[in-house]
Design a protein around this ligand. Sequence first.
Ligand code: F0G
Length: 362
Amino acid sequence: MILDSNNSYKGVIDRYKQFLPVTGNTPRITLLEGNTPLIHSPVLSEKLGSRFDVYLKYEGLNPTGSFKDRGMTVAIAKAVEEKMKAVICASTGNTSASAAAYSARAGIKCVVVIPEGAIALGKLAQALIHNAKVIAIKGNFDCALDIVKEIAANYAVTLVNSINPYRIEGQKTASFEICDYLKFGPNFHLLPVGNAGNITAYWKGYKEYYSRGKISCLPQMLGFQAKGASPIVKGKPFKNPETLATAIRIGNPASWQKAIEAREESGGLIDSVTDKQIVSAYKMLAKGEGVFVEPASAASVAGLIKLERKGFFKKVKGKKVTIVCTLTGHGLKDPQIAIKNIKRPPVVKPKIKEVLKISGII
Ligand code: F0G
């Protein structure tokens, strides 16, 4: 925990203000987002071998349970500074949850447009309880994004999807935290790719720390889309993207070009992982590491395991190799997926003998 002289943490705007487009006039609309743990992963480190250290950047521990809060604090603060009274976004769930919470905090109106029936339950509950105006469309995320872009271009309402540059500015602080914690830049950074804002933001953050001399090595950016929603990998938009990782069910990412730039400039890659690989990584993280994430978040670790199996890391030079996987959202966002992937608990008579018999203690 980074504390100021009053022993308090004040959120990402305050902590990284010299790297952000904020002034003394920018209101601090914060829920104390950021400052998330970088958790060492013994299981994954061991899988790769003794030269490797794998860390998990657990963004599920942000106030609304996803990385979106880093960008939203800046986007909403700037909207308020610009005297806007309403914001709008399209969302696969997490952006809407975050926009709704930060709008509630700021006392402004929030409108969210979501694909009907394609949002995890926890995220929908968040947007509604924070009093956003939630509108479901009979269409997918890409269609919802087209609608809100058009509305924001013509009416007095700020778009808070990641095409809003302030979102990217806020989200780049995750890279800063990683470097500040490690005291150097990692060699590889893996993360899920949906609308491609986050890979854009991380790469921007790393480059800024590098150009200011805070780190002396830049990571290779390794992004992972779900196979059924992998337009960047395939080089063409998907009309009907499909994956159980609903957060990244996106067929035409808004920051497509920026993701390509991150890949090219960093010498990285953008690959896809199957739903099966995602679920397997999702369960492994919960069972093996004690870290509960939503399915889309597990795409980074699924990607790591896929690359390891292909021998990718064997070819990497260096005595010590540091790898960071971003886990973008909390597992409690999507309880239905968890329930689907576990055995229901047995029900027995309320007797010590009965409980002991199946407890595995004896
Ligand atoms: N992981 C989670 C949990 C997400 O919610 C998202 C995006 C991503 C990964 C991908 O990030 O879009 O920056 O490449 N969710 C957006 C939303 C689209 O509406 O909540 P990205």
